[in-house]
Design a protein around this ligand. Structure first.
Ligand SMILES: Nc1nonc1C(=O)NC1CCNCC1
Length: 250
């Protein structure tokens, strides 16, 4: 998967590329990550990358010409590297809320150019003319689009074949099947009197799988009932959820 990033702080992405799942994916060339910094296109003495908003008001916007130069360069490189026209993504609170379904769509959308905004954001005409999709990682305001971009890249990378090792599977990740994750346990068997559920020590893999699905369904029902709305449960899932509800009835 080819991803171009437009950011004033490309060094922030070292947190993603120097270690962990994405770091290994880059090393294994499952993912190609390239960066364009609008500041590299600044021609004035101060290498300006921000500009004042029309109509006044607090804060600045990203300067149009340096931003667009970086986007165009990234888009050009995407086509050169992949032969495909990239999807240009802009991260902002005004975007579509990112969820696993959206991540799956982005992970299979071909090359991406991800634009990380700073200041109060970018000129609306740049959104209209140069951005294909606007996405938000949540209803809160951050200092920059770099962390949202890293969230998107990390989540998408996990879905690229060959990125996750055998030791962790994107398939069992919560939200991959639209449910919350089941509880997990590791050594020791007792922590301050709290035991590991017996079934997990039984070696009965069918029972363990059943227990985990039941816990996922139950926790989703308890904590995020919205995720179950419109979802069709099969007979087994209905049975498990009903068992969970009975066991947890107050
Ligand atoms: N939430 C968000 N999901 O994506 N981007 C988000 C965000 O807060 N961006 C900042 C908005 C203010 N300007 C700097 C960037």
């Amino acid at each position: 998967m080819w991803i171009g990033v437009v950011s004033l702080f490309p060094e922030m992405f070292d947190a993603l590329t120097q270690q962990g799942v994405v770091g290994r994916a880059v090393e294994k060339q499952r993912i190609a990550l390239e960066f364009w910094n609008p500041r590299d296109y600044a021609t004035d003495r101060h290498r300006s990358v921000d500009d004042r908003p029309y109509g006044g008001g607090p804060g600045m916007l990203m300067k149009v010409d340096t931003l667009r130069s970086a986007i165009f360069a990234a888009r050009e490189r995407a086509q050169q590297a992949t032969g495909l026209v990239p999807t240009v993504i802009y991260l902002s609170p005004q975007g579509r809320k990112l969820d696993q379904q959206g991540v799956q769509a982005l992970a299979s959308a071909g090359p991406l150019v991800v634009v990380a905004g700073r200041y109060e954001g970018i000129d609306e005409r740049v959104v209209e003319s140069d951005i294909d999709e606007e996405w938000s990682i949540g209803d809160y305001v951050l200092s920059g689009g770099e962390l949202p971009a890293m969230v998107l890249i990390d989540a998408a990378a996990r879905l690229i074949p060959g990125v996750l090792g055998h030791q962790d599977s994107a398939v069992e990740d919560s939200f991959n099947d639209g449910l919350l994750d089941c509880p997990h346990y590791t050594r020791p068997e007792v922590i301050d009197g709290r035991q590991v559920p017996e079934v997990l020590l039984s070696g009965n893999h069918a029972a363990i799988k059943r227990w985990r699905l039941k816990q996922s369904l139950g926790r989703t029902w308890q904590r995020r009932p919205d995720l179950l709305e419109g979802r069709t449960l099969d007979a087994e899932q209905h049975k498990l959820l009903n068992e969970f509800i009975e066991e947890h009835a107050l």
